[in-house]
Design a protein around this ligand. Sequence first.
Ligand code: GRF
Length: 230
Amino acid sequence: MNSQRPRARAAILISGRGSNMELIHRHSTTGNCHIDIVGVISNRADAAGLKYAHNAQLPTFVIEHNLYKSRAAFDLELQHKLVTLEVDLIILAGFMRILGADFTNYFAGKIVNIHPSLLPKYQGMHTHQRALSNNDADHGASVHIVTANLDAGPVIAQTKVAIKQDDNAHTLAARVLAAEHHLYYKVVNWLARGIVYVVDGQLYVNNSRLQRPVVFKNNKIEQAYEYLEQ
Ligand code: GRF
């Protein structure tokens, strides 16, 4: 790992609670996540996560999507803000807007998202209920690079959570969220440090193609990728 590398300038985009943002911020202050958060941007003025960001003295910006005539006009405003902030990394953390191809292509390889399912399973909404309805043994969350195709960009890492017999969507969502909090900052750190990177839409780790997502179970990384824990 390159400790000389400057911290990545990161913007975190939220729409709601912001618990993943909070965890990433906390880890950035303890040195576990090599980023400077140069902006927290919400598309909703009432996003609860803005309160934490204010208290943590992070620069916050609200760009309310419903004030824009079109999706493209909103995307463009967001793009301008991110360019002004000179971001290296754009972290979606519960950001509930679909970003258009012009936006995702402009920032190709720099946008990362966490999705509450073991992608490619259950793109879109209601993932916890869908995993339960299908009697899956495992559920979880995936961190992936964002492309123009919703929830379909290359997956860097996943965390698996065993489904219990008496789980409902609520109990399962809570355990998945806790696992997300262990996962997201680590993957952001890999990207920030250039340990994992994207070339022509393909993921690389330490100069080799990442052939399949890095899997965490019980918040521990699988053996083949133990070196990533450093
Ligand atoms: C998480 O479940 C995440 O996977 C999904 O939206 C939720 C955001 O939660 N994309 P929070 O706002 O980070 O608490």
